[in-house]
Design a protein around this ligand. Sequence first.
Ligand SMILES: Nc1ncnc2c1ncn2[C@@H]1O[C@H](COP(=O)(O)OP(=O)(O)O)[C@@H](O)[C@H]1O
Ligand SMILES: Cc1ncsc1CCOP(=O)(O)O
Ligand SMILES: [Mg+2]
Length: 269
Amino acid sequence: MDPKSIADALTAVRHSRPLVHHITNTVTTNDCANITLCTGAAPVMAAAPEEAGEMAALAGAVVLNIGTLSAAQVESMLIAGRAANERGIPVILDPVGAGATAMRTEACERLLAELDIAVLKGNAGEIGVLAGAGGEVRGVDSAGLAGDPAAVAASCARTYGTVVVMTGPEDYISDGERTLVVGNGNPLMGCLSGTGCMTASVVGAFVAAGDDAVVAAAAACASFSRAGERAAELARGPYSFRTALFDEMANLTEDDLAAHADVRDAGAA
Ligand SMILES: Nc1ncnc2c1ncn2[C@@H]1O[C@H](COP(=O)(O)OP(=O)(O)O)[C@@H](O)[C@H]1O
Ligand SMILES: Cc1ncsc1CCOP(=O)(O)O
Ligand SMILES: [Mg+2]
């Protein structure tokens, strides 16, 4: 893919500094706030049903993450999602742990049925479960996927009428017709809780700032994973990597991204 359109997508985030409203889990909420800031956008976390719709209406994107969900939180997600849908504000769903318990799977299916989800972003196991394609999930981690990942991402996108971002050593982005693969990243990203959640935040920032959700989501994945590559050069282990990941996201330049983003059509992968 044209490296300039990837770099331009980062420029668009930094110029528009979109507000990214999150209703998210209690484990990685601070990481999501700070990676949103380091990307060049503005985070806000607001989950109370009394304000979720009002806050969503002010946002450039809404990120719904079911990592530590409750029945009440699902209701807040529906309120926020409806407010966003009424205004054409993109909603990103992170189906953390879908497939691990019936509650998580059913919550995702309800959110996907009742809301217009712009981007469904999960790991390979979560997307495989929701696609009905033999995904396996252990807690919040992917435990495997049956079949060709590009085909699963595309099939899931068609099933739900959304853009799918399926993360792993390579990230697959598909709207059901066009499927891109992002090759950037480093294995240390899989050794840290929160990198999947942060991917959703970064996707939210890029989709808020862009016109084409497939290109924006691919640019988001390339940017975050390129920051991961640079951070890995500075790290002594997972926790110094974590610090470096935020710094490298904030310091990422359009020139570096244009030179190193590895975004291809999956068919040509
Ligand atoms: N082995 C790996 N090599 C490169 N990047 C990885 C690897 N594992 C995960 N990532 C990156 O880490 C982020 C989180 O992906 P993943 O671990 O699949 O999500 P989750 O935390 O939801 O299980 C994504 O940006 C993905 O590209
Ligand atoms: C460990 C854990 N448990 C519930 S949510 C959560 C964080 C998951 O973060 P990620 O999916 O980004 O690894
Ligand atoms: Mg993880």
